[in-house]
Design a protein around this ligand. Structure first.
Ligand code: PMV
Length: 324
């Protein structure tokens, strides 16, 4: 009744922003990501008759109440699926620098879904696992797979056609993703709250919905052709467009810090000097820079010269879920 799974986190190239169903985590739009090799979560789940409640340990400490409640609500969904009432001890180790403000919910819920399903002998295939992980955190459904991954929004109300699938494996196209830390500490508005408020109140949200599927098609075509320039342009513009929708929310949401701006301008200047590099930013202040492996060292060193950059971690496309 126990199992351990490892999942890598992922960075969205075309963002998931807004839900049409809060309970089932059904997105308004399809999205696309790269699973990363350097940031991951390892989770052990053990169900037992000797427990009268669930326990969630994160990095050797009892997790906070809000973190624990998300995990316990997710366990409820798995228990329902498996037809059991057993409680569990969940022990997670996050190799995502959480203090660094990088997202860990994608790797966290992908690893939890995989370990819990295995512990209960659910024998889910990858698609079913993706559907399950989605109901812990939307972006987690993409971390089931390695490499370049698309999450199709689906049309059904029950969510059975809203899952991720692999476009290219991590071995098919190597690019560099440089994770730049410009601010640590908890952000004010979670992505869950941020996307909800934006979808409900921003006049720019309809512009997002009207154009994001086209961005996705263009990004998929660029990936198919291994056309880094075209991909970079679409990715950078899509991230800025998502942030523009937030600026129109009521009250407005601004995740950027001055360091965020510094990195963005730096990357645009690098391009003027002939280096092909592009940025993307999730619901937070830190920036991910995409470049080709042959430029990786130069881009890395140039980022470290910026006063606001505290740390840069080099990542590449990584693998999907595995069992330990
Ligand atoms: O699934 P969440 O709650 O981690 O939301 C992810 C939202 C973004 O990171 C901004 C975009 C994305 O597609 O990952």
């Amino acid at each position: 009744m126990k199992a351990t799974a490892k999942a890598n986190t992922n960075i969205a190239l075309i963002k998931y922003w807004g839900k049409r169903d809060e309970e089932l985590f059904l997105p308004m739009n399809s999205s696309l990501s790269i699973t990363l090799d350097s940031f991951y979560t390892i989770t052990n789940v053990e169900f037992s008759r000797n427990l009268n409640k669930d326990i969630f340990m994160l990095n050797n400490h009892q997790a906070s109440e809000s973190e624990s409640n998300k995990v316990f609500r997710f366990l409820d969904k798995i228990r329902k699926l498996a037809g059991t009432h057993l409680h569990a001890v969940v022990t997670s180790e996050n190799k995502v620098p959480t203090a660094a403000g990088f997202a860990s919910s994608a790797s966290g819920f992908a690893a939890l879904a995989a370990a819990a399903a295995k512990a209960l002998n659910l024998e889910l295939d990858e698609r079913e696992l993706s559907i399950l992980a989605r109901q812990g955190s939307g972006s987690a459904c993409r971390s089931i797979y390695g490499g370049y991954v698309e999450w199709q929004r689906g049309e059904r109300a029950d969510g059975k056609d809203s899952y991720a699938k692999q476009l290219l494996s991590e071995r098919d196209w190597n690019i560099s993703i440089l994770s730049c830390l410009v601010a640590s500490g908890q952000k004010q508005v979670s992505s869950r709250e941020g996307m909800k408020r934006t979808a409900l109140t921003s006049p720019f949200y309809s512009g997002w919905l009207n154009t994001v599927e086209k961005d996705l098609e263009r990004a998929k075509e660029a990936i198919r052709l291994r056309d880094f320039e075209s991909l970079g342009k679409i990715v950078e513009a899509n991230a800025l467009k998502m942030h523009a929708t937030m600026l129109g929310a009521e009250p407005p949401i601004l995740y950027w810090q001055s360091g965020t701006m510094e990195v963005m301008h730096h990357i645009q200047n690098l391009r003027l000097s002939g280096i092909s590099a592009y940025f993307t930013i999730d619901a937070g202040p830190n920036v991910k820079v995409l470049c080709l492996p042959e430029d990786e060292q130069r881009v890395y060193e140039s980022l470290l010269t910026l006063p606001s950059v505290q740390n840069v971690i080099i990542c590449h496309p990584g693998a999907g879920v595995s069992y330990l």
